[in-house]
Every structure is written in C-alpha cells, then in structure tokens.
Design a protein around this ligand. Structure first.
Ligand code: S3P
Length: 447
C-alpha cells in the first residue's frame, strides 16, 4: 500500500449473533515462501489458494525482477517457473516490498549469497523496521548491507559468490531471521546452522523439504531447536496448496466468541502446532472452539474450526513461552480480553514493538480510546475485561492487524469503534469487510 494513499476511516457497531461457513484467505507466511521457493526451484511450481494480498503480490513482483516467471491463471492458480539456486539475475530497478517484513527479510537472505546487488524499499511502516537482525547474520556469509540509520530500509544488499557457511544463534524468537539465514545457506558450500532458543514457525523447514532439500531439525535439551542444511542445494519444483491463514481466522474467531449465540465455521485453516497459540489461549479462556476434519497437505496440518459464542470468556495469564506461536495474534487477543471477565495478562510482548507498527503502544492507545481498562508493566500487557464502552477512534499506523482487531472490538461495544484507515487491511485480508459483513458484522465508511 502506498503511504500517500487517501485514508479510509471505517467504523464497526454492535452486531448481535454472527453466523457463517467461511474460508479466510491463504496463509501469508506460506504464500510468500511458495513464490520464493518456486522461483529458486528447477521446473514449474503450481500454487493454489495463494493469498493475493499486497504483501504477497510484492514478493511475486520481486521474484519476477530476479528472473523467475510468475503467472496467475484466471481461476486464481499461480505458476512459478524457477531459475535454480545460484542463478538469480540482478534486478534492473529497486524492489518495493510494500508493507512486508517477511518479504524483505527472507528476500534479503536469498539474494545475500547470489553475486548480485539488490536495492529494497517499502512503505512508511516498513522503512521504520529494523533490518539489522538479518543484516548481522547475513554479513557473516560475506554479503554487505547499506541501510539508513539504525538498520532501516531502503536497503542495498551486495551479495557474495564466495559465501562462507554460518552457525547462528538467534537473539530473539524470529522465524523471519531463522529463514533468512537458512535461505542464504541454500547457495553456500558447507553446512549452515541456526539455533533457536524458542521454536518459531517452521514453514521454511517444512517447505524446503517439500522442494527436495535435506533439512535437519533437532530438538535441544532446553526446548529450542537446531536447524541445519548443507549447500549448495538443488531445489525441485513441487506443487503447493496454501491452507488458510490462522492469523486471519483469528478475527472471525474472536468476533464469534464475543457475540453470544454466534456460530461460525472457518474452513481449511493451517493448524501447524507452531501457529496455534491463540486457539489454545482462547480455549483456556473458556471459548467454545472445536477442530474438525484435521488432515495433512503439502507438509502442513489443516483443519476446520467451529466457533460459537455460547460461553463467556474469562481472564487468564498467557505465558511468555507461547508468544512465538501467536505473535501476530496479540492485538485481537487483547480485544477478546476486553470482553473477558477479570484480568488477562499477556507476558513478554517485547517483539510486538517492532511489527508493522509498535503494536504494544498501538493496542494500548486503541483500548484507551474505547474505555477498556488496561496497563503495561515492562513488556506485559494486562487487560481488565467486562463491558466495552467503545466510541473511540483508533490510529492504525499502516498496520492491518491493528485495523482489523479494533473493528472486531466494535462488534460488541456499547458505541461504535472507528479506525482512522482501513486501507492496510488489503496487505493480508483483502475481503475482510465483505466476509465479516456476510456473517452479520456492521461496518460504516466515513468520508
Ligand atoms: C513470519 C514471522 C513472524 C510474524 C510474521 C510472519 C514469517 O515475524 O510476525 O507476520 O512468515 O516468518 P518474526 O520472525 O519477526 O517474529
């Protein structure tokens, strides 16, 4: 999304029971990777169910600029013909990754060990986000980085053709950093190893295997993981069926839980165990969520969620260890907590400060504007739930999940809740408003 685009203020109002049998868009993490890995593989990869949000379309464009052929059929099937690991060509213009942190960081890993120079930029939100977390380990391979002050994009990556393999211990739980290092390892002679103290989403490991790469994963004594691969590798095209995104399913799920008598089925959701922290948490809070039709597809677990609003939620303590498995879901969990009886404490949310916005500050400001009692202690967010007065205007700071979370808050509040700009929703959930409205949600556009 361009930051110069005119803002689109939107509000939501008390909805009553929601009902529907829905499919949210494809998983964002898996969609990005399917285009990147397809573009590195030999042969043509067919991708169905791809998220056609702005973040992923930016990745499609980036892979084209690097030489891959990326085509969309009229029926929404994508075909990616790869160039082979090591054979990316130098882009002749700047690559604009829009709002996508995953896009820019994983792409940085890919180009770091190709002998090309790549220039990346993004929107106003992305240009505030730290790239040092990938530039540091990728420099150890021999790549060079030029960024603005404090590692912010625009960013130039001068790749190396004499990459040295790296063993890197992650200083934070981050699948993006883990993936950037593993992807740099694909075109590096020798074994690249990432040690992660807390397990983060493992779509890279699973999908690389699906493309024929031997990825070794060991569970460490402290519960962390050691992931390694030996390059250079050859990747073989492999079709991908993208499951629907649990981080997007989170919005109709919480909307159903906070509206008594709701009954919503959400189909084909990715239930990778490193992504299901929110479901675990909402069930602990008393939420009525049932998983049905569980199955495996393209290396991922998938299932349907049946959610009702029959139980009132209650406050709980959400442990710090669970954060990586629900890192994108805290804004909407804070909304669920606003409707729960008692206090919900969400522990150790430091990483939220460097997402599409400073999400800890953005969530606190949104709760404040709508009369929800809350406080921040260190990196913990504590919300006291009950009746939500609403009536506030929330600043979204180019953050899709802040926009959607507070629109869900309004669906049960005494007075409507407005967000200053609904445009960012298109980065991950382009049909959010239509799909929610079909279930009974009430939105009003303000000029
Ligand atoms: C992602 C990893 C997470 C998550 C992001 C997607 C990925 O980021 O917040 O939306 O696809 O690898 P971090 O690695 O910064 O935790």
């Amino acid at each position: 999304m361009s930051s110069s685009q005119t803002k689109r203020p939107l509000s939501s109002a008390k909805a009553g029971p929601l009902s529907g049998d829905i499919r949210v868009p494809g998983d964002k993490s898996i969609s990005h990777r399917s285009l990147m890995f397809g573009g590195l593989a030999i042969g043509t990869t067919k991708v169905t169910g791809l998220l056609e949000g702005e973040d992923v379309l930016a990745t499609a464009d980036a892979m084209r600029k690097l030489g891959a052929k990326v085509i969309r059929d009229e029926d929404g099937t994508w075909h990616v013909t790869g160039v082979g690991v090591g054979a990316l060509r130098e882009p002749d213009s700047v690559i604009d990754m829009g709002n996508a942190g995953t896009g820019i960081r994983l792409m940085a890993g890919i180009v770091a060990t190709h002998p090309i120079t790549t220039f990346f930029t993004g929107d106003a939100s992305l240009c505030k986000r730290p790239m040092g977390r990938v530039a540091d380990p990728l420099s150890e391979f021999g790549a060079q980085f030029i960024t603005r002050d404090r590692g912010r994009p625009p960013m130039a990556v001068i790749g190396t053709d004499e990459a040295k393999p790296v063993t890197y211990t992650l200083p934070m739980a981050s699948a993006q950093v883990k993936s950037a290092v593993m992807l740099a390892g694909l075109n590096t002679t020798g074994t690249t190893t990432v040690i992660e103290p807390k397990p983060s989403r493992d779509h890279t490991e699973r999908m690389l295997r699906h493309f024929g790469v031997d990825v070794d994963v060991k569970v460490n004594d402290d519960g962390g993981r050691t992931v390694s691969l030996t390059g250079p590798v050859e990747m073989k095209a492999a079709d991908i069926v993208v499951p629907t995104d649990p981080s997007s399913a989170a919005f109709p799920m919480v909307a159903a839980l906070i509206n008594p008598d709701s009954h919503v089925t959400i189909r084909d959701v990715c239930l990778n165990p490193l992504r299901t922290g929110l479901i675990t948490t909402l069930i602990e809070m008393g939420g009525d969520i049932t998983i049905t039709n569980e199955r495996e597809e393209a290396g991922e677990t998938i299932g349907d969620l049946v959610v009702t609003g029959k139980n009132r939620l209650k406050g709980i303590v959400v442990p710090a260890e669970r954060a990586p498995s629900m890192i994108d879901e805290y804004p909407v969990l804070a909304v669920a907590a606003a409707y729960a009886d008692g206090e919900t404490r969400m522990c150790d949310l430091e990483e939220l400060r460097v997402k599409e916005s400073d999400r800890l500050a953005a969530v606190a400001a949104g709760l404040e504007a709508n009369g929800v009692i809350h406080r921040i202690e260190g990196d913990d967010l504590i919300v006291t739930g009950g009746v939500v007065p609403g009536g506030g205007m929330v600043e979204t700071h180019l953050d899709h999940r802040i926009a959607m979370s507070f629109l869900v808050l309004g669906l049960g509040a005494e007075k409507p809740v407005a967000v200053d700009d609904a445009n960012p929703i298109a980065t991950s959930f382009p049909n959010f408003e239509g799909l929610m409205a079909d279930m009974g949600a009430k939105f009003t556009l303000h000029s």
